[in-house]
Design a protein around this ligand. Sequence first.
Ligand SMILES: Cc1cc2nc3c(=O)[nH]c(=O)nc-3n(C[C@H](O)[C@H](O)[C@H](O)COP(=O)(O)OP(=O)(O)OC[C@H]3O[C@@H](n4cnc5c(N)ncnc54)[C@H](O)[C@@H]3O)c2cc1C
Length: 382
Amino acid sequence: MDLSLTETQKAVQDTAREFATRVIAPVAREIDEKERFPREILKGLAELGLMAVNVPEELGGAGAGVVSYALAMQEIARACASTAVTMAVTNMVGEVIAAFGSDEQKARCCAKLASGEWIAGAFALSESEAGSDPGGMRTVATKDGTDWVLDGAKQWITSGAHAGVMVVWARTADRATHPGTRGISCFLVEGGTPGLKVGRAEDKMGIRGSNTVPLTFDGCRIPESALLGQLHGGFKIAMMALDGGRIGISAQAIGIARAALEESVRYALERKQFGKAIAEFQAIQWKLADMRTQLDASHLLCMRAAWLKENKREFSREASMSKVYATEAANRIANMAVQIHGGYGYIREFAAERHLRDARVTMIYEGTSEVQRVVVARSLLT
Ligand SMILES: Cc1cc2nc3c(=O)[nH]c(=O)nc-3n(C[C@H](O)[C@H](O)[C@H](O)COP(=O)(O)OP(=O)(O)OC[C@H]3O[C@@H](n4cnc5c(N)ncnc54)[C@H](O)[C@@H]3O)c2cc1C
């Protein structure tokens, strides 16, 4: 595996880094404090091609590939994890539509997501009683004439209040005839469709500038053409999308961890106790060394998973390994960053506490750490 970056990958990384440093980082604290959905920043990301990095150019995307996407995600998350998760879900939605959509769906949705005309996309799989086990979903889609009618509720939907389009999963066949996950289909629902109600935004520990809402579908009528992929074949689409999404969340965690490490190095060199910089104490040096080592390991796992996906190889296990390691490492790293900052790590004035709060969710969404281990173990045992 060649770890050197192509011209395109380098250009995407540089573009994302420049925008993140100049535009996003200065307002990241304010986005977190005010729980502000960063609309103008998302628009800026779209203008740079970062809302559809791995969507083919002919559909309006950047067509820059999975490695480029993972690199860009790291840069954005380093500045603001809230912005990064919104970008991650929108990229995932664009990729799902590009991969499984009809020509009409691709033409209608991909360019709007890529250009920022639709400020975000949403991925509506989880329900209040069906998180790690989405096959247990209760939302149903029933045929009425040529339309589909959606009834049910989704939980924890990122950007649900702002999304131009959402990918929604629902049961289309009875469990008796289609047991397990076989009777689940996937639909495209545009924001503002009658019968779709957006609930109150969750008050979260971290990524507070991202929007997380419950959605209710109450007789929500959508045309036959809203079906994405095969009838009853939706679960496979969800699993494939999540495999790819896990690379994005690994990259998000790496970005957060990088910011935590960089701030720790800076602080350790500046802060003096016992008449010298705390960086001179071996206890601090070892923390920094551990942080850097775990960060690099995370990055290598992430790059391997991205490279495999980009080169159309099997990548599901590697994506899960990358996610479980990178997200747990990010939590350790962010925690060590708070420790290195001492009391100042515990207050809002320094970014260390935000990084720790932001890192926490990466071990939960797009499949918990436990679920990633289930995926890895299953691949070893079957
Ligand atoms: C901020 C945020 C944003 C989110 N955004 C989205 C989104 O955009 N779209 C979407 O569809 N969902 C989204 N989610 C939902 C997220 O994917 C779920 O929260 C996650 O999959 C876990 O489901 P759960 O919360 O129901 O926990 P549960 O599934 O109830 O799990 C509870 C605990 O049990 C463990 N557990 C469950 N099953 C097993 C098992 N088989 N083996 C071992 N341990 C197990 C879990 O790991 C966890 O520790 C979001 C969640 C959050 C917090």
